[in-house]
Design a protein around this ligand. Sequence first.
Ligand code: GRF
Length: 195
Amino acid sequence: MQMKNIVILISGTGSNMAAITQVAQRERWGELHGARVAAVISNRPHAKGLEWARAQGLATDVVDHKLFGSRELFDAALAEAIDRHHPALVVLAGFMRILTPGFVQRYQGRLLNIHPSLLPAFPGLHTHQRALEAGCKVAGATVHQVTAELDFGPILEQAAVPVLPGDTADALAARVLVQEHQIYPRAIAQLLTAL
Ligand code: GRF
């Protein structure tokens, strides 16, 4: 049987990547879904999450966006690195690059993202600060299929958290992140059953 390979793309800490990998092990996605985290790829050579992934024995790769003259060239190199692992799913987990429509189309239906807001509210950056400034009483996170439009596309999972009096953007981000670690593995597991 062909394994369903999951390729995770990160740019930084990689706590969502770690959460997904740990749930995959704990829930035995290999036996349950015939799936595994096959590789972790970063656009930043020194992304902290790479160290964790290496320590787990996961295959890792770096495609440094700074070495490419255009988004198209970067995305082509990134796709090449991803395709080496024959992915069933490509999972963006704190991957901080805007992807070209061609890249998105290549992985249509099997490209997921997590965004730290209750989409369609607050696409883009600084979501927690913007939620605080807007006086939101709830905030949250969204797992969605990626389409050509930034932080858009069919919603797979959401979780809400309260905004508390005196919250800072960091405090709110930390509360949301706990939920991200719950909903991202759940959304992926759900999708794997349909693949
Ligand atoms: C998460 O809040 C994610 O939603 C956002 O960036 C953060 C990445 O965190 N896009 P990590 O690298 O998964 O720890």
